[in-house]
Design a protein around this ligand. Structure first.
Ligand SMILES: [Zn+2]
Length: 221
């Protein structure tokens, strides 16, 4: 008896739910059906907005997009230009029978310091191109940090030079050829010792940079 009463109650409940749902659906249909249709002036407004978008906003957007592409390509051209300058330094080292590595320090799109490997000339194992270039930049600026400067070097910096660049707080490091044997990544592995804000770009004029080093060691054999 109790069970039958219970099943009746639950059937009633489900019936109520169904009715409530049905009513709610009906209400919604009535509500949406009662909404006013877009007036002709609203349609005209939408057309004007489309017109403004296509004739005024879209061309500016495309211009902005082309400026961004232009700046990106300029960055690549700049990198290649400054790496060419670093290669000129490396060539000087080559001609002086030093391991041919060259570097330049760039600030505000200008070269403020240069250096090439002078280990043999100075009898100094630390006289790497990067060390000489950043030391020259420190002296020029009268500052122990280079937070607005970029260093371009033909070969991946060694652990010592990576340390010097780390302490010098340089903004960006750009290098050409990878040094599998003596490069800092051989010791530290990716991503290296640098904080995330220091930008690292590798492989700029890589073939030219590697060719110079390979030619030097081939001639030595
Ligand atoms: Zn070094």
């Amino acid at each position: 008896m109790v069970m039958k009463f219970g099943s009746e109650i639950s059937r009633l409940k489900s019936c109520n739910k169904y009715k409530t749902k049905k009513k709610a659906i009906k209400n919604l249909i009535a509500f949406f059906g009662a909404q006013p249709q877009p007036s002709p002036s609203l349609k005209a407004g939408v057309i004007v907005l489309f017109f403004i978008f296509f004739y005024f906003v879209l061309p500016h957007f495309l211009t902005l997009l082309s400026i961004i592409f232009y700046l990106c390509s300029m960055q690549e051209l700049n990198d290649e230009y400054f790496m060419q300058e670093a290669l000129k330094e490396a060539q000087k080292a080559y001609e002086a029978d030093e391991v041919p590595v060259g570097a330049v320090v760039v600030m505000n799109h200008k070269i403020i310091a240069r250096g090439h490997n002078q280990v043999e000339l100075l009898n100094d194992a630390t006289a790497h191109a990067e060390i000489l270039a950043i030391t020259s930049a420190f002296n020029l600026l009268g500052s122990k940090y280079l937070p607005e400067a970029s260093l371009y070097v033909t070969l991946e910096p060694c652990l010592m030079c990576a340390g010097a660049l780390y302490w010098g707080k340089i903004r960006r490091i750009v290098y050409g050829a990878t040094d599998v044997k003596n490069g800092y990544l051989h010791h530290t592995k990716e991503p290296g010792p640098f904080p995330a804000k220091i930008e690292i770009t590798k492989g700029i004029l890589e073939a030219e940079c590697a060719f110079l080093i390979q030619s030097f060691f081939r001639a030595k054999r």
